[in-house]
Design a protein around this ligand. Structure first.
Ligand code: SF4
Length: 482
């Protein structure tokens, strides 16, 4: 049997996409392996947000290419995800095809008819050329069995059942948790971000389809559901007139009427046997009152929210084409913490985005002090090819200077993690055991604090157990099972 290896980089959306890819490979008769040297096909589901992740993909591809050459093997490399702008197949398969028999070449003709399937001009390829066998954008995953059938010269799966990428099912990595995609792609065009160029227009799945998938996940033992999207609280936005959306947003609270996302949360909350709902990512400018309140009003909606501030400076937010101000963001944080002091907030920040002055940076420092984040993904800015910033804003600051600002924020973050974690001491918390490693169980509290505790006789994955928080070991909470 053919074997595949998959490595995922980046966000929860990419993790969910990889779960779909797993399903396609397994239903097509492949076996998953954990060492790429044993695989016939290696898949990199990539992220363009960080340069180091792109470099890792280039490095691994080089390594596989060398291994193939030295050992006379033929491990195929498929790249998908955010590094891919255009679909492409290695030239040799196209040329080989012309000399092969007519019946089989129907496959390639079919592919040829797909618009843009053979592009040689993506910036990815001159760099990788022969090392890369093919790329598909994530929404084109449905062509995967067809591509493999052509490349491997044997019938691979039946692609018709994967025709709609969003509907194709996922093979969950951790069955106690389900990542359910509700919305995908993004039309916000933040100037630093590549997502609007790597994926299509913002698209939401129907309420019915999502609800059915959640019910199905719970029937298959999921106790925690994470709703995934580039921008979850703009769920269904593409079907509503933009002006209407913006003017009605302020009325979406439980007294008047609800946002489409809140209606979805209400229905998911009432699924029997479900214990936890989370969602990511949220954008502060599309956050509505009814979604903030859902954390307090829906018993399964956890007291944790990840939403990206990016900078504490309004001037910088404008340059980034973010549509919220720092005070909008801060009000939302304060509201949630006023209702529940243990409410965890994590965020994303970019340091040294183009022309970030010391004054702008100090506004971000101030935001850190005021918001007491439970966690932050702090990125040192590096320009992403193809973004608006690539054309408009220089990335001309030394790495040392970027590191200096990064360390200032990191030191503040460590202090706020300590401060926030101290609030948890002596509390009893429910943990959903999700995975085990080295004789320890792992997972998180409802407010997303990570937990490791020794395996006890009688406990197993999927159990919900109560632990007591005893102390703080620098930043890490120390627990015992009650
Ligand atoms: S909201 Fe901005 S940062 Fe987030 S995916 Fe869309 S364009 Fe990118």
């Amino acid at each position: 049997m053919k074997k595949y290896f998959i490595q995922t980089f980046g966000c929860a959306m990419n993790q969910a996409d990889s779960e779909k890819i797993n399903m396609i490979f397994l239903q097509s008769g492949f076996i998953k392996v954990t060492n790429w040297k044993q695989a016939n096909v290696v898949i990199f589901n990539t992220c363009s947000v960080r340069q180091k992740w792109e470099d890792r993909v280039f490095g691994l591809s080089e390594e596989i290419f060398r291994y193939n050459t030295e050992n006379n093997t033929d491990i195929l490399i498929w790249i998908t995800g955010c590094m891919v702008r255009k679909t492409w197949i290695n030239k040799q398969y196209l040329e080989d095809n012309l000399t092969r028999d007519k019946n089989k070449s129907k496959k390639i003709n079919l592919l040829n008819n797909k618009e843009g399937i053979f592009n040689y001009d993506d910036k990815l390829f001159p760099r990788m050329w022969d090392k890369l066998d093919f790329t598909l954008r994530i929404e084109e995953t449905k062509y995967l069995p067809l591509m493999l059938t052509h490349i491997l010269w044997e019938a691979i799966g039946n692609d018709s059942k994967f025709d709609d990428y969003l509907k194709s099912k996922q093979l969950r990595e951790t069955p106690s948790q389900a990542n359910v995609i509700i919305q995908t792609w993004c039309d916000n065009y933040c100037t630093f971000c590549i997502v609007p160029y790597t994926r299509w227009w913002e698209l939401s799945r129907t309420h019915k389809e999502i609800l059915e998938e959640c019910v199905d996940a719970v029937k298959n033992w999921a106790k925690e559901i994470t709703l995934i999207g580039q921008n979850v609280n703009s769920y269904w936005k593409q079907f509503v007139d933009k002006k209407l959306w913006n003017s009605e947003k302020s009325t979406w609270n439980k007294l008047e009427w609800k946002s489409p996302f809140r209606e979805l949360l209400d229905d998911i909350n009432s699924i029997e046997w479900l214990d936890r709902i989370r969602f990511t990512s949220s954008n502060p400018h599309d956050m509505t009152q009814d979604i903030l309140d859902s954390h307090m009003e829906l018993k399964n909606n956890c007291n944790y929210l990840h939403f990206a501030l990016q900078s504490g400076s309004d001037k910088m937010l404008k340059r980034m084409n973010r549509k919220h101000s720092y005070s909008d963001f801060r009000k939302q944080v304060e509201y949630l913490r006023s209702k529940d002091p243990l409410f965890s907030i994590s965020t994303d920040i970019i340091v040294w985005y183009s022309w970030e002055t010391e004054e702008m940076f100090q506004e971000t420092v101030q935001a850190f002090k005021e918001c007491d984040f439970d966690f932050c993904f702090t990125a040192r800015y590096s320009v992403r090819k193809g973004t608006l910033a690539d054309r408009m804003y220089p990335d001309d600051v030394s790495n040392e200077e970027k590191a200096r600002r990064w360390h200032i924020l990191n030191d503040l973050l460590l202090k706020s993690i300590q401060k926030r974690n101290k609030l948890m001491i002596w509390r009893e918390e429910e943990i959903l055991i999700s995975w085990e490693k080295d004789e320890q169980f792992h997972w998180r509290t409802r407010n997303f604090k990570e937990v490791f505790f020794n395996k006890l006789e009688g406990n197993k994955i999927w159990d919900i157990v109560t632990v007591k928080i005893l102390s703080l070991d620098e930043f890490v909470l120390v627990w015992e099972q009650v």
